[in-house]
Write a protein that binds this ligand. Structure first.
Ligand code: EPU
Length: 345
């Protein structure tokens, strides 16, 4: 990837760029000034000029985990670095390098075409490859962190490229070192280490149900099953604007969990680290009777209460007002604080 000997052309300034079709919520938003980044080599000069001007900046990937305001001041960098390459393969694993601007789902499909099973449980997650490690995307019992070898990023603080090992990235549930240090790193390339040994992961009830009588299931079958479950439960952003799960599944201590369980015997929860328990936020919201609830043009998706949707014409304020109502009801009923998952820009 990026083997061009000549320096890439400087990115073109895109003033007053509409981002309405660049965020999956479909919120109306205008970027004061945007640039599409197609090569890491464009970054040092551009970042230096942004820092010199002292303007705010941010990176936009697939726009699938953001709530955009109507006007984005400063500079918006649209990540468009492409490229997928197998760079090493031995008896144990295959190492693959991928540009941050590649579409995540297309990359997962490509790994299966290359006969590299492992990422199939993460199919159909919207967004880009570069955004995947930032919130450590996960689904159906798998987290992307498990497959990451290292990450190449431009460090705006030291104005230099860095390579962070998996350990440096401090991955946790929907969290990473990048998320903890916003406005510092621009992920340019992700190296994945995909083990040769493969076993289907069917712990998630929806998958277990489908394959209980088929222990020889292939990665491609799991991939198709995940796509089917997601399509049935989660709205297609091309049809109805949304940013996937709007809240994190809250983690509570065991004492609070036992208290809640005594009061709500049907409480849905998952084991977590020692001393804590993860609650299903969708269940908590659903129990408050909010599935399908609407506040103006913003709503709670009727098939999955953890997903907020734009019924058409919603703004960031509408979404945040609805989020506030939901947080209030869940707090009142369960004494649990819901954390918003997407980045509010
Ligand atoms: N539930 C309800 N009502 C609802 C929604 C869920 O009762 O309206 C119950 C379900 O019956 C289930 C439990 O809550 O027992 C959990 O729901 P689900 O299995 O749909 O998964 P989730 O915890 O809501 C998480 C991820 C999703 C991921 C799925 C599948 C988070 C915040 N969300 O959702 O990720 O696809 O598991 O693994 O961890 C995303 O991050 O954007 C996302 C979609």
């Amino acid at each position: 990837m990026n083997c061009a000997k000549n320096a890439p052309a400087a990115p073109q300034p895109l003033p007053n760029l509409s981002l309405e079709d660049k965020n999956t919520f479909g919120l109306p938003a205008i970027a004061d000034l945007a640039y599409e980044i197609t090569s890491p080599d464009q970054l040092p000069e551009l970042i230096a000029s942004i820092l010199k001007a002292g303007v705010v900046w941010r990176v936009l990937g697939g726009g699938s985990n953001v709530v955009l305001p109507s006007l984005l001041a400063g500079t918006t960098l649209i990540m468009g670095i492409s490229g997928k390459e197998i760079i090493d393969s031995n008896g144990q694993f295959t190492l693959v390098e991928v540009g941050a601007g590649e579409n995540w789902h297309d990359f997962v499909a490509w790994t299966l075409e290359q006969n590299l099973p492992g990422l199939e449980n993460l199919a159909l997650i919207p967004g880009t490859v570069g955004a995947a490690p930032i919130q450590n995307i996960g689904a159906y019992g798998a987290d992307v962190a498990e497959y990451i070898d290292s990450i190449e990023a431009f460090d705006s603080k030291n104005q230099a490229f860095v390579t962070l090992s998996k350990e440096d990235c401090c991955f946790a549930y929907r969290d990473s070192y990048f998320k903890q240090n916003p406005e510092r790193y621009i992920v340019t390339k992700v190296a994945f280490k995909i083990p040769k040994a493969w076993k289907p992961r069917l712990t998630y009830a929806d998958l277990a149900k489908q394959f209980s009588d088929n222990p020889l299931v292939s990665a491609l079958e799991v991939f198709h099953a995940v796509c089917k479950v997601r399509s049935a439960k989660l709205p297609d952003p091309k049809v109805i604007g949304n940013a996937g799960s709007f809240f994190q599944n809250p983690i509570v201590d065991i004492a609070q969990y036992e208290n809640l369980l005594a009061q709500h015997p049907n409480l849905v929860s998952y084991p977590d680290a020692t001393g804590t328990r993860k609650l299903a936020a969708g269940w908590l919201i659903d129990q408050c009777g909010l599935k399908g609830y609407r506040s103006g043009s913003a709503g709670v998706y009727e098939k999955q209460a953890l997903v907020l949707v734009n019924h058409g014409g919603a703004t960031a304020n509408d979404i945040l007002e609805l989020a506030n109502i939901i947080q209030g009801k869940v707090r009142e009923r369960f004494g649990v604080e819901l954390q918003i998952e997407p980045n509010i820009l």
